[in-house]
Design a protein around this ligand. Structure first.
Ligand SMILES: [Zn+2]
Ligand SMILES: [Zn+2]
Length: 314
């Protein structure tokens, strides 16, 4: 796969997190708050967008960006009139979504995530060191979990092998808000499928279909990166994913090599200027996924029991 060097640097920073983003480089970052519903807000800063549920039963944070930003994130939470974080849910293991885990864990938050988030964080380390215990999820789940608080039911729903093999979408049932994690970038780049972490193009499209099935035209969609979106935006994104998957599959079936398929400009119409994933890279992710017979089978080691939500395999 040919990586454009600037895109690779951006990607490395997204994944590795604070390794190349020390406190000084974060000095200019401001945390901007947008209220979505009573007791629900989104925080924009640097790294993955943060969801907040708050009210009389305590504060739930969805993702936590980078460690140097924790103080500013805590100030933004206090600015909402919310208590310090009681539960923290990671949508996946990447450093731009879990960089603040150690700080929030030490401050008393119970960290929750899909079981592969804990496995990958522990196995990969961060900044060349072992991830401290306080940064790891304490509560892990296989299919999903529901939090019953603040007058709402907040669902963490695991979706298989999309951006990674540990993705969760967070859905506020009553407030009608969905946090997509990095299954969805809105208007800032072609998608990133982390094949080394069990992501796949098939899983990504299936994950979006799953979210479309539980949302409606009023749902506020928080993308992993980029500005707030509507369900119509998400439908457009799903159509893009399917169109590219189908065209790449047809080109594979016709006997074309990866290089030949990359030369067909299948993803070029969807490329975003300045985006960190190029059309060529994205076709590489899709081709690699579609030619991997185990692309959708990486996170089903223990075949746990099926439940009424959180599992879509049959
Ligand atoms: Zn991210
Ligand atoms: Zn990510």
């Amino acid at each position: 796969m040919q990586f454009n060097r600037i895109a690779l640097a951006a990607l490395t920073m997204m994944i590795a997190g604070p390794a190349c983003a020390q406190d000084g480089e974060m000095a200019d970052v401001e945390i901007r708050t947008e209220q979505l519903a009573p007791g629900v807000a989104v925080l924009f800063g640097r790294g993955g967008n943060i969801g907040v549920s708050y009210g009389e039963d305590g504060t739930v944070l969805i993702d936590d960006q980078f460690a140097p930003l924790t103080g500013r994130i805590q100030s933004a939470i206090a600015g909402l009139g919310a208590d310090p974080v009681r539960f923290l849910i990671n949508t996946h293991w990447h450093g731009d979504h879990t960089g603040g885990n150690e700080n929030f864990g030490e401050a008393g938050a119970v960290i929750m995530a899909h079981e592969n988030v804990r496995v990958r964080m522990a196995a990969n380390g961060r900044d060349g060191r072992v991830v401290p215990q306080a940064a790891l999820p304490v509560v892990t789940y296989h299919d999903g979990v529901k939090l019953h608080l603040n007058g709402d039911t907040v669902h963490a729903i695991h979706l298989h092998n999309g951006h990674t093999d540990g993705d969760s979408v967070i859905w506020w049932e009553n407030a009608n808000v969905a946090h997509m994690g990095d299954l969805y970038f809105n208007r800032i780049s072609l998608p990133y499928i982390d094949r080394d972490s069990g992501g796949s193009a098939q899983g990504m499209a299936a994950a979006i279909d799953r979210v479309l099935a539980i949302t409606d035209d009023e749902t506020r969609i928080i993308p992993g990166h980029g500005p707030m979106a509507t369900r119509a935006d998400l439908i457009g994104y799903r159509n893009m994913l399917l169109t590219i998957n189908e065209q790449v599959q047809a080109a594979i079936d016709a006997g074309n090599s990866l290089e030949e398929i990359q030369a067909m400009n299948i993803a070029a119409p969807y490329e975003v200027e300045g985006g960190f994933i190029s059309a060529e890279q994205y076709i590489g992710f899709v081709h690699d996924s579609l030619t991997d017979p185990n692309a959708m089978a990486h996170d089903h080691a223990d075949h746990g029991p099926d439940h009424d939500d959180g599992d879509d395999h049959h």
